[in-house]
Design a protein around this ligand. Structure first.
Ligand code: IMO
Ligand code: MG
Length: 423
């Protein structure tokens, strides 16, 4: 069975942990979009691994990981990630890692521009500063440099010269920023090409042949549905399609070959970066939950904004992604609360919204309507069976299932690999 895991909120739902668990039963795990803006944390024993570009399945011996064409790669960051893993004893061979030659490269001018644009903007997005937006912009405006170009000195030279001619002028005139020297960049990226060459192949053929031969594939979403460029809280989004639909364009695997989509949600909501967040806490709860849930960005270390579970938001994700199973993560973070709220609708100017609105003004000024549930006020961390969860915790999960119209299959109640309940 070929399965997709996506985030149903604003990212950081705990996809890394779920992927780690599910990927041990799959032959291949594939990233299909985003770049090293992602930060997926997996805790094994007393070791913590943070992944940005590599699928976390690389931790499982004998499994293959693929970086699909929809991903943008900062080759320097990728090489560092590989190196750090190898230092921890995880061997990353060309048998275990395949990279699409069609992946676009994050260049230093993308990273710099990301920062400069943010400084100039009045309405800052709060990007991760990894050059993701500018890199995808170049892909769409057809001046991007791809992985395969790093393996061909003549093509790289022509493309880079063309790019720098325009970029150096723009950087100087618009941002008063010094120019990027051709020779240094050219040599640097040729060198990355030499180091990464062994992993590069046509991943479209690799994946489709594997599926023909009954191998199983797990597609790993980065970011979340509300950071999706089309369906997210635009413009406070990332620059790729993080939803299930992104799998097809980001890997070259057809929709007819995908069997199931699982959404990963946090038992509450978090968001890092700017943008509307209807259920954000306004009380001391924001500090309590941030502390208990260790809500600090895995990529940038920024404190995450925290709030109640928003069923209007997640229901929209369920629809967009065709979700048939849910994984609720970090349930234990709510263990101490006396009262737990779930947002069931929004009110704006006397109107009740049952569906997620597109209008930015509505999103920024609405008032959430909450259903209140009693907390369970006991430690759930050591529980491994659903029926052993406190009654109020089961009632909370049941209410979410009713509101979202989909069943909960996984409940994560701790950071470690085995701290999960499978129903
Ligand atoms: P994972 O995969 C949470 C957010 C940034 C910013 C917006 C745009 O760990 O869930 P970008 O650098 O992508 O141009 O920033 O998107 N963002 C994330 N937030 N988790 C992520 O990834 C994110 N990747 C990007 O904070 O608001
Ligand atoms: Mg993350």
């Amino acid at each position: 069975m070929n399965v997709v895991v996506v985030g149903a909120q604003w990212g950081d739902e705990g996809k890394g942990k779920l992927i780690d668990i599910l990927s041990k039963d799959k032959d291949i795990t594939v990233r299909y979009q985003g770049g090293n803006n992602a930060g997926h944390t997996v805790v094994v024993g007393n070791k913590e691994y943070v992944f940005h570009l590599l699928p976390s399945a690389i931790l499982h011996k004998g499994k293959t990981c693929v970086i699909g064409n929809g991903v943008v790669i900062d080759p320097k960051a990728l090489l560092t990630e590989i190196e750090e893993l190898e230092e921890k004893g995880i061997k990353v061979s060309s048998q275990r890692l395949k990279i699409s030659g069609r992946c676009h490269m994050v260049m230093p001018y993308h990273r710099i521009l990301d920062g400069l644009r943010e400084t100039k903007r009045k309405n800052k997005i709060g990007t991760t500063g990894r050059g993701i937006g500018p890199c995808y912009s170049d892909k769409v405006t057809r001046c991007g440099i791809r992985m395969i170009d790093l393996l061909n000195p003549r093509i790289l030279e022509a493309k880079l010269k063309d790019n720098l001619r325009e970029k150096n002028e723009t950087f100087l005139k618009v941002y008063d920023y010094k120019s990027f020297p051709f020779k240094k960049l050219y040599e640097e990226y040729l060198d990355y090409g030499k180091k990464l060459k062994k992993y590069v192949c046509d991943t479209v053929l690799y994946l489709n042949e594997a599926i023909d031969n009954k191998k199983t594939v797990l597609f790993e979403g980065a970011q979340g549905t509300f950071l999706d460029i089309d369906f997210g809280t635009y413009p406070f989004v990332t620059s790729s399609n993080s939803i299930v639909g992104g799998v097809c364009s980001g890997t070259g695997v057809a929709p007819t070959r995908i069997d199931k989509a699982i959404a990963c949600v946090k038992a509450y909501t978090t968001r890092v970066g700017e943008g509307p967040f209807p259920t954000e806490f306004s009380t001391n709860l924001k500090d309590d939950i941030r502390k208990k849930g260790n809500e600090f960005g895995a990529t940038t270390g920024r404190p995450r904004r925290c709030g109640w579970f928003d069923s209007v938001l997640v229901r929209y994700s369920v629809i967009i992604n065709g979700i048939s199973e849910l994984a609720i993560m970090k349930l234990d973070v709510l263990d101490d609360l006396k009262e737990i709220k779930i947002c069931t609708g929004y009110k704006y100017k006397g109107n009740l919204y049952k569906d997620f609105p597109m209008d930015f003004e509505v999103l920024c000024n609405l008032n959430p309507v909450y259903a209140s549930m009693p907390g369970w006020q006991s430690n759930t961390c050591d529980i491994r069976e659903y029926k052993k969860l406190p009654k109020n915790a089961r009632a909370y999960i049941k209410r979410l299932e009713e509101l979202l119209k989909v069943g909960v299959k996984y409940i994560s109640n701790g950071t470690k690999r085995d701290e999960i309940i499978v129903r």
